[in-house]
Design a protein. Structure first.
Length: 342
C-alpha cells in the first residue's frame, strides 16, 4: 500500500510585476505543483488580488490561494468582493486564506486582529459569499451581488487561534513548521476546536521552508533570521521541544521591516548569528523545515501525509525574489519521486 501524499504547493510572493509573477506560477503548474499560495502585505509586495487575477487568467489547473490576507487592513466586505472576483476566474481553484495580519498591520501602526474580530469577520465573509444579507449596523443591511462560494482557511500558530481555526474555518494553515512535536500539538488544537463546534475534521495545510541540498549545515545558515524571528514572537517553547534553545531580544535593531522579511538578508543573517548558532540553524532546518536531498524531502512529505496533513506549501528563504530555484529543484527532483510511488 502506498503512502498518502499531501497536495504540494509553493509560496509565491507578489514581489514583481504581476505578469512576471505569473510566469513562476505557470512554471510550477507545468512541473506538477498542486497549489500556489500568495502572501499579502501591502507595503512589502504588489497587491495580492491583482496578482491572483493575473494568475487565474494565466493558468489552467493549479490551485490558487492567499497565505494569507487579513481582515484588519482590508474590510471583510472588500475581501469578500475580491475573493468572489478571483473565484469567478478560477472556478474551483481558489482558497481564501486569512490570518491576523502580522506583516500588514505592523508597518502601518495597527494591531493584529483579535479572536473575536476573526470570528466576526469569518461570519460576515461567509454570509456575503453565500449571498445572504449582513447587518452592518446603523440600519445598513446589504448583500454581495453575484456571490461565489469560496473555501475559507485560517492561518494560526498559537493554541487559541489554532482552536479557533478548527471551530470556524474550512481548513487550517499551520504556521508552526513540520517538526513532529509541534505538528502533533497544532493538529490536536485544531481538532479540539472542531469537536467543540460539533464539526468534522478540518483539513490541515502545513507550511515549511524547503531546500533541496546535500549540505544542510551550509544551506541552513540562511535560516537564522527565520529561526530568530520565531523565537522573538512567542515560538521559543516550540523550538525548545526540538532541543533548540534561543534567547532573542524583543527588539533587534537593523533589519527592515523585521527579521522574517528583512530586505538585506545577508546582514540579517550576520546579526542573528549573535543568538542563533550554525548548529541551532541546522537543527531547525532538520526539524521544522524540509531541508535535505530529494529522497529525504519526498520521504518526509509522505510522512506528513500519514500524519493527516492534506497539503504542504513550500517556501524559499527570501521575500523579494521569486522562488524559481525552489520550483525547479522540487519540480525536477522531488515531485517525480512522489509520483513514482503514488
Amino acid at each position: 500500500m502506498t503512502s498518502p501524499v499531501p497536495l504540494i504547493g509553493v509560496r509565491v510572493p507578489p514581489c514583481d510585476r504581476a505578469d512576471r509573477v505569473v510566469g513562476a506560477v505557470r512554471r510550477a503548474e507545468e512541473l506538477g505543483f498542486d497549489q500556489a499560495w500568495f502572501p499579502d502585505s501591502q507595503l512589502l509586495w504588489r497587491d495580492v488580488f491583482t496578482t491572483l487575477t493575473a494568475a487565474a487568467l494565466g493558468t489552467e489547473r493549479i490551485g490558487l490561494g492567499t497565505a494569507v490576507t487579513n481582515l484588519a487592513t482590508r474590510h471583510p466586505a472588500v475581501v469578500a468582493s475580491a475573493a468572489r472576483s478571483v473565484a469567478e476566474l478560477a472556478p474551483g481553484r481558489f482558497t481564501l486564506g486569512l490570518g491576523v495580519g502580522n506583516s500588514s498591520v505592523g508597518p502601518v501602526g495597527m494591531r493584529p486582529s483579535t479572536g473575536t474580530e476573526m470570528r466576526d469577520g469569518f461570519a460576515m465573509l461567509r454570509s456575503l459569499l453565500d449571498g445572504a444579507e449582513w447587518d452592518f449596523g446603523g440600519g445598513a443591511r446589504s448583500r454581495l451581488r453575484d456571490p461565489a462560494r469560496v473555501p475559507l482557511y485560517m492561518a494560526a500558530s498559537g493554541p487559541r487561534n489554532l482552536r479557533l481555526a478548527g471551530e470556524i474555518a474550512d481548513g487550517a494553515v499551520l504556521l508552526s513548521g513540520v517538526s513532529a512535536e509541534t505538528l502533533a500539538d497544532a493538529s490536536a488544537r485544531v481538532r479540539e476546536g472542531a469537536r467543540a463546534a460539533g464539526r468534522a475534521e478540518v483539513p490541515l495545510v502545513a507550511s515549511a521552508f524547503c531546500a533541496v541540498t546535500g549540505d544542510v549545515e551550509r544551506a541552513a545558515r540562511r535560516l537564522k533570521p527565520i529561526c530568530a524571528g520565531i523565537a522573538q514572537t512567542g515560538g521559543a517553547k516550540a523550538l525548545a521541544l526540538s532541543g533548540i534553545h534561543l534567547d532573542v531580544p524583543d527588539r533587534v535593531e537593523g533589519p527592515y521591516p523585521d527579521l522574517v522579511h528583512a530586505e538585506d538578508w545577508d546582514a540579517a543573517v550576520e546579526i542573528c548569528s549573535r543568538w542563533v548558532s550554525d548548529e541551532a540553524a541546522a537543527a531547525f532546518a532538520r526539524a521544522f523545515c524540509l531541508f535535505g536531498t530529494a529522497e529525504e524531502i519526498a520521504a518526509r512529505l509522505r510522512g506528513l501525509g500519514r500524519a493527516g496533513v492534506a497539503g504542504v506549501y513550500l517556501q524559499h528563504v527570501g521575500s523579494y525574489d521569486l522562488p524559481d530555484d525552489l520550483i525547479e529543484a522540487v519540480g525536477g527532483s522531488v515531485l517525480p519521486l512522489l509520483r513514482e510511488g503514488a
